[in-house]
Design a protein around this ligand. Sequence first.
Ligand code: URA
Length: 419
Amino acid sequence: MRAYDIIYKKRNGEKLTKKEINFMINGFVDGSIPDYQMSAFTMAVFFKGMDFEETVELTFAMVNSGEMYELNGLPYPSADKHSTGGVGDKISIPLVPIVTTYDIIVPMMSGRGLGHTGGTLDKLESIPGFQVNFEKDDFFKLLKENKTAMIGQSRDIAPADKKLYALRDVTATVDSMPLITASIMSKKIAEGAKNYIFDVKYGSGAFMKDRKSAEKLAEYLKKVAKIANRNGDYILSDMNTPLGNTIGNRLEIIESIEILKGNGPKDVKNLTERLAARMLVLAGIFSNDNDAINDIQKKYKTGVYIEQFRKIIEAQKGNSRVLDDYDIMPAAKKQFHYKANSSGKIIKEDALQFGLAALATGAGREKKEDDVDHSTGIELIRKEGERIEKNEDILIIHYNDENKLKNALTYLEKGLVIE
Ligand code: URA
């Protein structure tokens, strides 16, 4: 078998066999297939697609590149949530402390921000001392202690995905349905949870630009989960405008903690509760979403969610004083108040442009190896759909560098429309 022939076959739109798909993935992981051939292969898949059977084979080839964790030895049912990524999407951070106050295991392995989308790991690392790099033994220790581990993908979980994702990211082949499905599902299957809720986003700030393609991706994820003997379900959510009132790591941690205290913006609170409720129903804790949501809502003011987050932070070596004193996370040195130059209605705050603006302040990374500035970002004072008067603040940019502010402003000007 030769990589050339398999690339040629896919380039011509033909269906690949299990053997051919395994040959490509195994060869890429062991280094016998170089990046340039794998890049050509992923581009062929991008243009010619893969049918469902090929997508399943690709997923399992990637699962089998590493280890498959077994969570059956733990005392509770397991469930996990995965978002396809967005702007201001901090949902995992309030969601995990909420759901783990119930008898449920949540092996929350997350990613870093890339391009205009943020990443849970970068956000968590805004908390001084918070560690996200743990391997298998510590992962299980955290699950036993707190029912969750909010960590990065450990080395033995779907290593093919780690390598392939890095390549796709620099070869414009991320937004391909079979590749996204295999990437997400290989990690989820290997990590061991039995139930998943997928938050599949559509709109300008998402990989899937329209609702129909998001739904197709969601159905693929659910069907692959079923083949792996897991329970999958999904919510489709809008990513045309940023989620919540903050974009940027430190700012999003503050917003997440406020949610756990029963405050925070409505859209973040609603989506967190909907996803949490689905997880609890999938894991058999409640029989329907409404009962789960009612129960979740009763407990904000008791402080149990904050106490659970305190335990998670401390187990991962973070400074839990952050829950009472946001100033222990260093703030950006300067703030720019972006004011309305006329009265009217805000008809657009575009997720993609706002995400790029936050990235320009230093809150994200252009390349995998870039450092992130945890202190910078954007605070939305007014949201899309609201009325605003001349000279009132629309948003505040938190920044440290004048040139970065200038770049951020060019994106914001493109993404903001007042009429
Ligand atoms: N998230 C993933 O984990 N993989 C993708 O390919 C896209 C989003």
